[in-house]
Write a new protein. Structure first.
Lengths: 615, 157
């Protein structure tokens, strides 16, 4: 049906954006539709003035439209607030200047117990404790972050010995050559920057209380606690109600895995925000009241319902958000207490000090495990000197807003959950190394459970040979992955199957050349090819590649035969994997295919690559 | 009791007749200044004569100073800075003439400036303020306007 209208259709152009084009368009419009009302739009006329004003307003609107649109994209945003918002949305942490680390060498002079002894007096060997502060010649403080123990108690039976890592040099001698003291030195890791302690008072309850730290470039919140004995934990988001803590692994596999992972509840928690412009850090505490914490750890959903006594109907969801906020769901904050915040701050390129720049001790935390007499302990204490053999590294100036925004695409791809196979592998490989190091991981679908994924893992021992992952590592991995796992996903952590192989081959070498030298070259190349760091789970061995590798050695005329065989158990006092594998039946099209979750290893390359030369 | 109203007694809302306003056949050209409500041609009172429009525009041009016109910073003759230097500047007239001529050639090049006369209209004893009357004679050949005079009053120090 055609609708007739008397309304005049007027053409408007929407392409004009700047002052000139807008003025020109307005002029055309006025001349087209209002020729009988006004004609004079010259610059000198009032009509021209009005036209200019309209164009000017249009130009301004265009400018701000462009500006606002640009501010939505971190690549084109220019305002700090917009860049900061984009960084937060993408999860890019805004950091200040980074501190540097340096290995400090501590020197002490320790007298001998009895003249003529070739050992220093063990009772006078101190432990320089973490928290000791050294000062560089440029005035930069470096804090020791580990204990330096000059004596150790290996059997934990109260019998101390000199730390074998300590370097010992003869100190003072009498004219007759009798040694009276030794100089000992040990290294310890130090980090630059200062530690600051601030105390604030939480009086009445304030949800999501904010506290801004006075110092800039905060690297780390060391600890937060209140007078009531509550510890506040830093979390990525206030919805995170647990944190992970490393605990010393005391089980049999402690040589493989230093720490265990313990999940601890974090009812008192905070998040950290750093302002892009000022680089000052603000802590935002939980939104729940500590008073409700004792009896309301899990909110009672029935309390959220809005009572509707006169209605016979209910809506889909009846939640009182205010009620939700007063629970500990988003963390709790204390009230009527003093909260102490200890944090580390400072850094920058200037903190990368040159060798031998650590010159003095600003704060010395020292203890003597065997409680020697004070005067002797003081002598040792006064002899302490510090230096650094290597330069400090890692110090960086703050990233600018523009530099930070370039990180957004990369960070956006990373995420705090496991969705794809790549996510799972990335999480496995990035687990903190003190919780155990997975050498290789691979993923396979579970044929019996479509919601389950099989994760095969394998570790290496100190000899760089493949070993089954220690149980503690698997437990740590389970806890670690669980926090990133989707609720409906299951991950079966399985040991990868190590298939040890032996390679025998026969080559024909040019008789005019040195056989030994050529053979050594071949063996060297093969050992290099089958290095364990080049092997992956589910990776086949392509026989023709191996043959080709042998052919590349100058002097090899032909490869007469090549044979891979499985080796297992204990052979010639060498320990191999217990897994037996039929190599012949699993060789297809010149490729040896491992079983699902299997990894090939030539465990002892010197013994397991056997060459034979025929003329 | 029911009320009966005859539609013949019902008036019309004025806005229904906006489109029915009958404009005179004389086409308005430009807006008169100072602005005032129009009686014949819409919101503003309008010039219907080109010569008057040019005259009005020329006066506004000469009375405008730099920075006063939105978007056109250099629009105007910029005479105001001269008004505070009248007593100390010997060449007030020549400077004013240059400024007026520059502005006209830039913004109203179709106007031919012919004469410039200035005279002190009023000088109050005891006060440093004087009223200067500038008389500008111009022509607009394209409109057939010859020797038209524009009088500008300036208070100077």
């Amino acid at each position: 049906m055609t609708i007739k209208t008397n309304k005049e259709l007027r053409q408007r152009k929407y392409l004009a954006r700047d002052f000139d084009s807008l003025r020109s368009t307005l002029l055309d419009y006025a001349r087209q539709y209002y020729p009988d009302r006004i004609e004079d739009f010259s610059e000198a006329s009032v009509g021209g003035l009005f036209m200019d004003m309209a164009a000017y307003i249009g130009d301004n609107l265009s400018f701000y439209l462009d500006h606002l649109y640009g501010e939505l994209n971190p690549e084109t945003a220019v305002e700090n607030a917009s860049i900061e918002r984009a960084l937060r949305n993408a999860g890019v942490p805004i950091t200040g200047a980074a501190p540097s680390t340096v290995e400090a060498t501590i020197y002490i002079e320790v007298p001998v117990a009895v003249l003529g002894d070739d050992e220093p007096d063990l009772t006078l060997l101190p432990t320089i404790q973490e928290g000791t502060v050294f000062i560089s010649d440029s005035g930069i403080p470096f804090t020791l972050i580990e204990n330096i123990e000059f004596s150790i108690d290996p059997a934990d039976d109260g019998i101390y010995i000199l730390n074998p890592d300590a370097e010992k040099k003869i100190g003072r001698q009498k004219p007759d050559g009798t040694i009276t003291s030794y100089f000992l030195s040990l290294n310890g890791l130090c980090i630059s920057g200062r530690e600051t302690r601030e105390i604030t008072t939480f009086d009445s309850f304030v949800p999501f209380r904010r506290f801004s730290l006075s110092q800039t470039n905060v690297n780390e919140i060391v600890t937060v606690y209140d007078d009531l004995g509550n510890t506040y934990y830093e979390v990525g988001s206030l919805t995170h109600d647990v944190v992970y803590r490393n605990v010393l692994n005391t089980t049999d596999d402690s040589d493989q895995v230093k720490d265990g992972l313990r999940i601890i509840p974090a009812p008192y928690r905070f998040i950290k925000l750093t302002d892009l412009a000022t680089r000052k850090t603000t802590l935002i505490f939980g939104g729940g009241s500590a008073a409700a914490l004792e009896d309301d750890i899990i909110p009672d959903p029935s309390e959220f319902a809005i009572r509707m006594p006169y209605s016979k109907y209910i809506g889909r969801t009846m939640l009182n958000p205010q009620k939700l906020l007063t629970t500990t769901t988003l963390g709790a904050a204390g009230e009527n207490t003093n909260v102490t915040i200890v944090y580390r701050h400072g850094g920058g390129l200037s903190h990368n000090i040159a060798p031998n720049s650590l010159v003095s001790i600003s704060l010395l935390n020292i203890m003597f495990p065997l409680n020697p007499p004070n005067n002797q302990a003081n002598k040792v204490r006064n002899s302490i000197e510090v230096s650094n053999i290597f330069s400090a590294t890692g110090g960086e100036d703050s990233l600018t807003a523009r530099e930070l925004s370039t990180l957004i695409p990369a960070i956006k791809n990373s995420q705090e959950r496991i969705v794809s196979k790549e996510d799972l592998l990335a999480r496995v490989y990035t687990m903190p190394s003190n919780l155990g190091r997975v050498f290789r991981a691979a993923i396979a679908a579970n044929s019996t459970n479509p919601l389950s994924t099989q994760l095969f893992i394998i570790s290496r021992n100190s000899d760089q040979r493949l070993i089954t992952c220690p149980d503690t590592l698997k437990i740590n991995l389970r806890k670690y992955l669980n926090s990133y796992r989707m609720i409906s996903d299951a991950i079966d952590i399985l040991d990868a199957r190590v298939i040890n192989l032996r390679l025998k081959f026969t080559v024909i070498i040019d008789p005019t050349l040195n056989r030994t030298s050529i053979l050594a070259t071949i063996l060297n190349k093969l050992q290099n090819k089958f290095e364990v760091r080049k092997m992956y789970i589910d990776q086949p061995i392509i026989i023709s590649e191996v043959v080709n590798l042998i052919y590349t050695v100058q002097g090899v005329i032909a490869v007469d035969s090549i044979d891979f065989s499985n080796i297992s158990g204990i052979v010639n006092n060498l320990s191999y994997s217990d897994i037996t594998y039929d190599v012949k039946n699993n060789t297809k099209r010149q490729m040896i295919i491992p079983p699902s979750g299997g990894i090939f290893e030539i465990r002892y390359p010197v013994d397991d690559i056997i060459a034979k030369v025929v003329s | 009791m029911a009320t009966t109203i005859n539609f013949k007694s019902v008036g019309n809302v004025g806005r229904q007749y906006v489109s029915d306003i009958q404009f005179p056949t004389i086409t308005p050209i430009g807006i008169k200044t100072p602005l005032r409500l129009g009686k014949k041609h819409g919101i503003f009172d309008m010039h219907t004569n080109l010569a008057d429009t040019v005259h009005d525009n020329l006066r506004n041009l000469i009375l405008t100073n730099y920075g006063e016109r939105l978007g056109l910073y250099f629009f105007g003759a910029n005479l105001r800075p001269l008004t505070t230097e009248f007593s100390v500047q010997n060449n007030f007239d020549s400077e004013a003439v240059i400024r007026i001529k520059t502005a006209v050639s830039n913004w109203m090049p179709f106007v031919n400036l012919i004469d410039y006369t200035s005279e002190v209209e009023k000088f109050t004893t005891g006060s440093s303020v004087a009223l200067i009357k500038l008389t500008i004679t111009y022509a607009v050949p394209s409109l057939g306007v010859n020797d038209k005079q524009l009088i500008i009053n300036l208070h100077v120090l």
